[in-house]
Design a protein around this ligand. Structure first.
Ligand code: GTP
Ligand code: MG
Length: 370
């Protein structure tokens, strides 16, 4: 970073702009709020407040601040919900995701080769719903650990013949910690041994009381295997989604989170991004975690090339200089130079951290040899 405006510096130092202007005057510098300050001046002022200027940190904050730009109410539009599915091993998470996807792919898209990008979108009653199909717990723990909050609604799958199990409780705790609403899908209702009342009873002990019993948790009985109850479940997702009033501004540059990423032999770094605000376009200058580049190509969950992706849309992109991590945040810069500047600073910082990490490991190895 070479320069900062007076107002920006004030924000970073958490001071009033007027105070910074006064401070500058006391240092013999006459400045207005929009005046660009050079690095030396920034350091001088920061030192007055006992703050040491670290180049990368300033750059990092720049990213964060832009990401946090608030949209005006009038610019906000309803966006689709982003749903994750959680539950105990073998209770039917994957079968449910497959069942939803297979039955709800719109007619025009049938026969399209679906490809695994870690997330997909369906349409029900003319409205879209996005599903993350990364294993629910991993999605929650790794993504949240990295500061990403991508889930709007959690479907808690509980097998009706097995009831509440340790990972069911874990899932409830994750969702509660993230303050994400839970819809219970009581699965495997086709089974002889299915006992939905027992599931309700057991979940009551964990604070999830069915509406049928005077609580406010929605329970839906389904058979993921037979595709039964899926419509009810989707309707409930849309109901909760409406209550949550999920909104975003499609008419701004995009920001969001990485769902998954890997290195592809032919295409280079490939990342599935969830657009959480704004609209992502091919050709956009983008910073993704410690990586950056220009969006070369975008592919949707049906393997089709797309040019734009709006709020709550998962999309796979190429064009980055390195592989980002799940849970990393991304944002688009309208100024390509700035994207490069921020991207390079983050990239270098990451490389430095990796170097430190590996030299530490080597030292540890060395000591353990002695
Ligand atoms: P993990 O990913 O290992 O945690 O399991 P999962 O929760 O994804 O469960 P999965 O969908 O793999 O289902 C586990 C087993 O339960 C499979 O053999 C499914 O065929 C079966 N199964 C899932 N849903 C139903 C259902 O509605 N009825 C019946 N009878 N079997 C089901
Ligand atoms: Mg599974």
């Amino acid at each position: 970073i070479d320069t900062l405006q007076v107002g920006e510096l004030a924000r970073k130092l958490r001071k009033e702009t007027s105070e910074i202007i006064k401070k500058l005057m006391s240092l013999g510098i006459m400045a207005t709020i929009n005046q660009e300050l050079d690095k030396d001046t920034i350091e001088l002022v920061a030192a007055e407040y006992g703050v040491e200027v670290e180049e990368e940190i300033l750059v990092d904050e720049t990213v964060f601040e832009t990401y946090e730009v608030e949209d005006e109410e009038k610019d906000l539009q309803v966006r689709p919900p982003v749903v994750t599915i959680m539950g105990h091993v073998d209770h039917g998470k994957t079968t449910l995701l497959d069942s939803i996807r297979n039955t709800k792919v719109t007619a025009g898209e049938a026969g399209g080769i679906t490809q695994h990008i870690g997330a997909y979108q369906i349409e029900y009653n003319g409205k879209k719903i996005s599903f993350l199909d990364t294993p629910g717990h991993a999605a929650f723990t790794t993504m949240r650990a990295r500061g990403a909050q991508v889930t709007d609604i959690t479907i808690l799958v509980v097998a009706a013949d097995d009831g509440v199990m340790p990972q069911t409780v874990e899932a409830i705790n994750h969702a509660k910690a993230a303050e994400v609403p839970i819809i219970v899908a009581v699965n495997k209702m086709d089974k002889e041994a299915a006992n939905p009342d027992r599931v309700m009873q057991e979940l009551t002990e964990h604070g999830l009381v069915s509406e049928a019993w005077g609580g406010d948790t929605i329970f839906v009985n389904v058979s993921a295997l037979k595709g039964e109850g899926i419509d009810d479940l989707l309707e409930m997702i849309q109901l909760v989604s409406e209550v949550e009033e999920l909104k975003a501004n499609p008419n701004r540059s995009a920001a969001g989170s990485v769902i998954e990423a890997q290195l592809d032999k032919g295409r280079g770094p490939v990342a599935t991004l969830l657009v959480q605000n704004g609209t992502l376009n091919v050709g956009d200058s983008i910073v993704v975690g410690h990586t950056f580049g220009r969006v070369r190509a975008m592919v949707n969950d049906l393997g089709r090339r797309v040019k734009t992706a709006g709020p709550s849309t998962p999309v796979e992109i190429t064009g980055l200089n390195d592989v980002p991590q799940a849970g990393d945040q991304f944002m688009v810069f309208t100024d390509e130079k700035k994207a490069r500047q921020v991207g390079e600073a983050r990239f270098n910082k990451h490389q430095e951290a990796m170097r430190k990490e590996s030299s530490k490991l080597n030292l540890d190895d060395l000591f353990s040899q002695i």
